[in-house]
Ligand binder design. Structure first.
Ligand code: PEP
Ligand code: MG
Length: 584
């Protein structure tokens, strides 16, 4: 199909490979009219305060966007945001709002929405085509302000679309991503985001092409435009020409063929050319993945993120019985391979454990992971008993997230022992030899690895959080995404220190599935790499084309290097020499 509109390419960061062709749909959150709530005259001041802080947040967002666009596209393009910033403090609108608030006595977002919509209607009716076209900008500012007023209550993404579609959104929460209707949404693109956010991780496990951090995305796109999303190179092509379509059709065929060839090698052991064996396991979030594990050659599940099952159904947590049935099914479908079930890791950028929980200023440093479990013992014990009982039906291991030191390890092991005793009393079976491990993802745990190793059977290094906490870079903040470097020498030395503790150690962060970094991780001593199952075929190919001795040499040099760039290059150069075909 040819079309007359010129082709445009918007560049972002690729976070999940693949190509999606379809029409663009927009995540319309914030454009829906907000719920109306009546307020008392005494609440007026409070409402103004909420409004002021939403305006301040929006102002900050727009300033950042302006800076970024200026850097990438120049001052002319960035000027649009000056208009947005001016509108945000528009005196006529604010005066109107002041007048309407005491008259209507409704929540301020409802009144603001009504006032701005009125303004938009007037703009749409004027003769001047330029002014008419600015109505979309005002709408955009309105959307941003509303989103900043009620971030927690915004409705989930819905995708009314008949044919294949690509979803564009300012941002997507992991729960939105999990909700996407994959029958017609073939990929997504967002204005903000980063490659190690849980949204990106879920995209990879769903096999959904995704691109994040595209400046001006929401402004520059319109619903219904034909698009191609290139998840390999991080490009959204709007109004592709026939030639571009043809190019992508051919690329898709070629990539799929190459990938199928790799998948067919699933039964070949992941052994280096000089005989060093590495285990390759899968990170799993969804039940539909269980049956596909063997197809991709997973030697078990290295990380089962149980929070997606536990918190995915909204209202209440499944009880012990329901969890037991679920983990049992998981264990049986992986048998004879092992499944490592990680206990609830709520908080951070994932779902909160309790909707009512106080909003935290620093959720990644707050009530997250094992801290939640140890303060909700009934819930924790339900999960532990369910895991123990499932261990009677297959090979199951358990591990604990966000461990920061020995006290948490000992407290957790005590609770586990209590659960074992309760099951013995009930006469219910479990595997006496179930392996018990901890995540190493907080720097203090890496530093103390030799001590912690005396208490558990294995470690699994969560490089996403380990990087975030070691170099103090928020893993989901696109403003600092450039600084998020798992090859930072500080992170690499902590990984090496963890390995020196001498117990079996896996890597289960996103770094483990990066073909450029496989040499470094093997050289540092990783026994197992665990990753989104779609990445397994290429990592298997990578392992089989490396020499362990070369990997060790790379790791030795990396531990002497001063910066992340040098470390990445050392590993990548070896990777490119050993398996150039994976870099085409
Ligand atoms: C990690 O932090 O690297 C990890 C594997 O855990 P999650 O991504 O679920 O926080
Ligand atoms: Mg983590």
């Amino acid at each position: 199909m040819s079309n007359d509109a010129p082709e445009r390419r918007l560049k972002g960061q690729p976070v999940s490979p693949g190509i999606a062709v379809g029409t663009l749909i927009l995540d319309a959150r914030g454009l829906n009219s907000p719920q109306i709530r009546t307020i008392l005259p005494t609440e007026l001041e409070q409402e103004w305060k909420r409004f002021e802080s939403a305006i301040a947040r929006t102002e900050e967002e727009l300033r950042l966007l302006k800076e970024r666009v200026q850097r990438i596209s120049g001052a002319t393009e960035a000027a649009i945001f000056d208009a947005h910033l001016l509108f945000l403090r528009d005196r006529t609108i604010l005066a109107q709002l002041r007048k309407e608030m005491p008259k209507r006595l409704q929540n301020i977002e409802a009144v603001y929405y009504a006032v701005v919509q009125n303004f938009i209607e007037v703009m749409r009716q004027v003769d001047d085509p330029y002014l008419r076209s600015r109505a979309a900008d005002v709408q955009d500012v309105l959307k941003r302000v509303l989103r900043n007023m009620e971030p927690a209550r915004t409705p989930r993404v819905n995708a009314p679309s008949d044919g294949p579609a690509v979803l564009a959104a300012y941002d997507l929460a992991p729960s939105d991503t999990a909700d996407l209707d994959q029958r017609n949404i073939l990929g997504f693109v967002t204005e903000v985001g980063s490659s190690v956010s849980h949204t990106a991780i879920l995209a990879r496990s769903l096999g959904l092409p995704a691109v994040v951090a595209v400046p001006r995305l929401i402004l520059d796109c319109r619903v219904g435009q034909p698009v191609i999303l290139d998840g390999y190179n991080g490009i959204l092509i709007v109004n592709p020409t026939d030639e571009t379509r043809e190019y992508y059709r051919a690329l898709q065929v070629e990539k799929e063929k190459a990938y199928r060839t790799l998948v067919e090698m699933r039964d070949l052991p992941p052994v280096t050319l000089d005989g060093h064996r590495v285990r390759l396991a899968a990170n799993v979030e969804y039940a539909h993945e269980y049956s596909a594990l063997q197809r991709f050659g997973a030697e078990g599940v290295g990380l089962y993120r149980s929070e997606f099952f536990l918190l995915g159904n909204g209202s209440s947590l499944p009880g012990e019985e329901e969890q037991y049935e679920h983990y049992r099914m998981l264990a049986e479908s992986c048998s004879p391979n092992e499944v490592i079930i990680r206990t609830l890791d709520a908080g951070g950028d994932k779902l909160p454990f309790e909707e009512s929980a106080e909003k935290e200023d620093n959720p990644f440093l707050g009530w997250r992971g094992i801290r939640v479990s140890l303060s909700r013992l009934d819930m924790f014990k339900d999960q532990l008993r369910a895991i123990l009982r499932a261990s009677a039906h297959g090979k199951v291991g358990v591990m604990f997230p966000m461990i920061s030191g020995i006290t948490e390890v000992c407290d957790t092991l005590d609770v586990l022992d209590e659960c074992r005793a309760e099951l013995r009393e009930r006469g219910q079976a479990y595997d006496e030899h179930m392996r018990v491990g901890i995540m190493i993802e907080v720097p203090s745990a890496a530093v103390m690895a030799d001590v912690l190793a005396r208490h558990v059977d294995f470690f699994s290094i969560g490089t996403n959080d380990l990087t975030q906490y070691t170099i103090a870079v928020d893993r989901v903040n696109s403003r600092v995404a450039q600084m998020f470097r798992p090859t930072h020498p500080g992170v690499v030395r902590l990984i090496a220190q963890t390995m020196r503790a001498g117990i079996p150690t896996a890597i289960c962060g996103e770094m483990g599935g990066d073909i450029s970094l496989v040499p470094l991780l093997i050289g540092l001593g990783a026994h197992e790499l665990s990753m989104s199952m779609h990445l397994l075929p290429q990592v298997r190919f990578a392992v089989r084309h490396l020499r362990y001795s070369d990997c060790v040499a790379v790791a030795e040099q990396a531990l002497l290097a001063e910066d992340s760039h040098t470390i990445r290059s050392l590993s990548r150069d070896l990777a490119k020499k050993a398996y150039p075909e994976l870099f085409d």
